[in-house]
Design a protein around this ligand. Structure first.
Ligand code: ATP
Length: 419
């Protein structure tokens, strides 16, 4: 069907023609025309299909990307800006064009489809604090298959964009929303923990994921909690990101010190986390001090947000689903955590991730300067440990960056690490 006929059909359709108006009442001609039009309207009402997708539906973001890809010639765009942090720490700004609110026409599977993106100025989605939006697809015919195909294609497109990447979600209201663009997966080998440690953790998580029946048979909730603790910059967060990449999981990042977080909201968020995701609660000590400390000095800990300690415990206990639910927590100060938070069932595996050992320093050197003879890595490690026993991997990385082209300099100037 030519595009002009399709647009005409849309115009007369009672659902979409609002605002176009009907003309010519008052004369016989007009009446005849009107009844013909009504006939057409009835016809179109039965022979046009529509699909409305509200912004809170999972497929909404996929569909926007799909529309952008198909409505290549649309001149009406809106922009979505995100900041991406590279492993080097450099921040890169990315602009993604999306179809703007309004109408777009797309030719798809030998049919014209009208796409109408609407944004309600008056209505705010109370869960996310963003304007209420929806996108409506209209096509001729009665075959819904076209919409199934379209949804399927949009989903595949989104998955393709995520291939080899880790999606990070953050909590927005009572939902999880992707944060920035999916990041390139960080290889596990790029995070050098103490010898055997990464393997031990990966095996534990894999074993957990592979054995839902073990939990079901014993009536134990299918979840596992991990706590990585230790000084800053030793690789806790980097390891969790790399682990998620390895498992092809996404990460739901949550800050417990977020003041808008209440017991109910946390509970809800944990129960609706996307499939195949790791929930990451960073710096748990920052939000909660041991209850004893709080009792000793209540004034110092007043106004720490609406989330209560018992609310957190309940939320963690309530995280039960048929899906493997993995919660990682990190802290620099395990001694500040209340024992109730880290008892088995809430935290099943506690792991110290500490300063660099001789082995780690050697590995890091060899990885950074792969063409250097192996003895050099050993030499670097010995000298570094003679300077200090408390060197974090982040400090080593910084030192190597300063001596990017100069491995010998990295050894000779080892005393400058961390300065
Ligand atoms: N074991 C490691 N191997 C390789 N790089 C590391 C390692 N640990 C830290 N880094 C580098 O140091 C930086 C900071 O590391 P990361 O955020 O993972 O540390 P962290 O232990 O989570 O620190 P914090 O406790 O402050 O959150 C990152 O850029 C990371 O690439």
């Amino acid at each position: 069907m030519p595009l002009s006929d399709f647009l005409g059909a849309l115009k007369d359709n009672p659902y979409f023609g609002a605002g176009f108006g009907l003309v010519g009442l008052g004369t016989a001609m007009a009446i005849a025309r009107k009844s013909a039009q009504l006939g057409m309207i009835a016809f179109r009402r039965h022979y046009m299909i529509t699909l409305e997708v509200p912004s809170k539906d999972k497929s909404y973001q996929w569909l926007l990307s799909w529309i952008t890809k198909h409505a290549k010639h649309t001149q009406h765009l809106s922009v979505e800006t995100s900041y991406l942090q590279h492993e080097s720490g450099r921040v890169h700004t990315q602009f993604d064009f999306l179809p703007s609110p309004g109408n777009h026409i797309i030719w798809y599977q030998r049919k014209w489809i009208r796409v109408e993106r609407t944004r309600e100025k008056q209505m705010i989605d109370l869960h996310t604090g963003t304007p209420w939006e929806s996108v409506t697809f209209t096509a001729l015919g009665r075959d819904r298959q076209i919409f199934f195909n379209l949804l399927q294609e949009a989903r595949e497109l989104a998955l393709k964009q995520q291939e080899g990447r880790t999606v990070m979600y953050t909590a927005m209201g009572s939902e999880w929303r992707p944060f920035g663009c999916p990041r390139r997966r960080r290889p596990l080998t790029s995070v050098i923990l103490e010898r055997g440690l990464a393997e031990k953790l990966v095996d534990d998580v894999k074993d957990f994921i592979a054995n839902p029946k073990w939990y079901a048979d014993r009536g134990i909730p299918y979840r596992r909690g991990y706590l990585l603790h230790g000084p800053p910059g030793c690789g806790k967060s980097s390891f969790i990101t790399a682990l998620a990449g390895k498992l092809e999981y996404s990460i739901c990042l949550m800050s417990l010190s977020d003041r808008s977080l209440s017991d109910d909201r946390l509970n809800h968020l944990l129960s609706v986390a996307p499939e195949q995701s790791i929930i990451l609660l960073e710096d748990v000590d920052a939000a909660f001090v041991s209850r004893e400390l709080a009792t000793e000095n209540p004034a110092a800990y007043q106004g720490m947000g609406r989330l209560t300690f018992s609310g957190l415990l309940n939320a963690l206990d309530g995280v039960a689903s048929t899906e493997a639910r993995i919660v990682f927590m990190t802290t620099n100060y395990i001694d500040r955590l209340d024992p109730a938070l880290i008892r088995p069932g809430r935290v099943d595996l506690k792991q110290y991730v500490g300063y660099c050992s001789h082995w780690q320093l050697t590995q890091m050197f060899q990885r950074f300067y792969p063409t250097e003879p192996s003895g050099q890595g050993e030499k670097f490690a010995e000298r570094a440990l003679a300077v200090s026993q408390s060197i974090s991997a982040a400090q080593v990385q910084g030192h190597f960056m300063l001596n990017k082209q100069d491995p010998q300099g990295a050894i000779d100037n080892v005393a400058e690490i961390g300065h």
